[in-house]
Design a protein around this ligand. Structure first.
Ligand SMILES: Cc1cc2nc3c(=O)[nH]c(=O)nc-3n(C[C@H](O)[C@H](O)[C@H](O)COP(=O)(O)OP(=O)(O)OC[C@H]3O[C@@H](n4cnc5c(N)ncnc54)[C@H](O)[C@@H]3O)c2cc1C
Length: 374
């Protein structure tokens, strides 16, 4: 049986960027006195919030989803204002359009950037010369930034402490249920298999890949999710590409971006970064699935293909890979859009499930929360 019952105003499940910001928001902006944040890992922001491409989106990435592109344009300046120390701006960012198999032409891409109000200009000749002319139609100089997840984690640790939020690491929530007295009940288990039950007014499920893995009265999200095991390679960039981020769109699709948390570059590729995928369902624990996966790197194939478009990439040195489960909404598979998921659970009044999709979407989530009379 779970031990001691404690009453809290809110339990936030998941200590990634979203769970941390939401717990701080509840304490600081909404006056919640007793907030507990529960995270299964030994540290905050250790999963998707760290294992990603670190791009602060500015819209360029989404020529097939105007809304996502537009929201990125609105949210980027806010993100830079709120987390200036965690944002790296001092690199040259190029977007290039492939001649063959691209879902956009250079002209369409330029027009799209102007429509969303994103800065764009032709790359300088020395920058154009980085690309294989037969394969790349045009390259553009744009404005896009990268974030340092370790700095976001330090910020979160500091702010959570200051806000009086109790943080429990190495603690996994297993059940969310209704309590007979009208409250919610959360069962959590720590590293020593110690189980505890907490009663609370609200539950914020911010578990990203783990969103649907709860027992009790929780019946899952209404929105269908897709899980993908992804690999991002960490590379030492060759001298020609230091201080530079490059993305090629939008069919043959790959990126080499600064990864400030390690002082390296990420390399990702539309064909080789996703290793496997499945439709999310309760009982298939994505974290467990990743633990069981062999995680054999595909970096050689990434470098070989990217090297056809940008020959200097062949001189990059492989350091490491970040394997993670990426969670997307099934409905956005084809347009690559990244709207938020924000669901209330009629079967569990007071329980919210939240998935951000990308880091700057936090503002869309906070807007939704502001509209709630908690
Ligand atoms: C390969 C990849 C590339 C990406 N690239 C970018 C990018 O360039 N730019 C961008 O903006 N976004 C990118 N994203 C998306 C971005 O990483 C996510 O939107 C963001 O990190 C989600 O934050 P989160 O807090 O919801 O998730 P997470 O950081 O994963 O946090 C969820 C937390 O919940 C914990 N948890 C899960 N289940 C339980 C449980 N039962 N009990 C307790 N704790 C639990 C997990 O351990 C985890 O720490 C990328 C994602 C991936 C995977």
């Amino acid at each position: 049986m779970p031990s001691a019952d404690m009453r809290q105003d809110a339990v936030v499940i998941g200590g990634g960027f979203y769970g941390a910001v939401i717990a701080i928001y509840l304490a600081k902006e909404r006056g919640f006195k007793r907030v507990v944040l529960m995270e299964r890992e030994p540290a905050l922001l250790a999963r998707a919030s760290y294992n990603n491409q670190a791009r602060v989106h500015n819209g360029y990435h989404y020529p097939r989803s105007f809304t996502t592109a537009f929201r990125s344009r609105v949210n980027l300046p806010r993100f830079v204002r709120d987390w200036p120390d965690a944002v790296t701006q001092d690199f040259t960012k190029l977007y290039a359009i492939a001649r063959r198999n691209s879902k956009v032409t250079a002209k369409q891409f330029e027009r799209f950037c102007r429509e969303i109000g994103a800065e764009i200009q032709p790359a300088e000749p020395a920058q154009q010369a980085l690309f294989t002319d037969q394969l790349i139609e045009s390259a553009f100089l744009v404005k896009e930034y990268a974030f340092d997840a370790t700095k976001l984690a330090s910020w979160a640790t500091r702010e959570l402490k200051e806000s009086g939020v109790q943080v429990r690491l190495k603690t996994r929530v297993t059940d969310i249920s209704n309590d007979p007295d009208g409250m919610l009940s959360v069962v959590a288990q720590n590293d020593n298999e110690h189980r505890e039950q907490i009663r609370c007014g609200y539950v914020f499920n911010c578990t990203y890949s783990g969103l649907n893995q709860f027992k009790g009265d929780f019946s899952g999200t209404q929105t269908d999710l897709k899980q993908e095991i992804t690999e991002i390679a960490l590379m030492q960039a060759p001298s020609e590409l230091e201080g530079m981020g490059i993305t090629v769109m939008d069919g043959p699709f790959f990126s080499m971006m600064p990864f400030p948390a390690r002082g390296l570059h990420t390399l990702s590729h539309v064909r080789y970064t996703p290793h496997m995928s499945w439709n999310d369902q309760r009982g298939i624990d994505p974290y467990h699935k990743l633990d069981q996966y062999e995680c054999a790197t595909r970096v050689d194939r990434m470098v070989r293909d990217v090297g056809r478009y940008i020959p200097s990439v062949l001189g990059a040195k492989y350091v490491d890979s970040l394997f993670e489960v990426k969670t997307i909404l099934v409905k956005n598979e084809s347009d690559d859009g990244r709207p938020i998921l924000f669901e209330k659970h009629p079967e569990l009044p007071g329980c919210y499930s939240i998935l951000g999709g990308k880091i700057d979407n936090i503002y869309d989530v906070l807007e939704k929360l502001n509209a709630e009379s908690l």
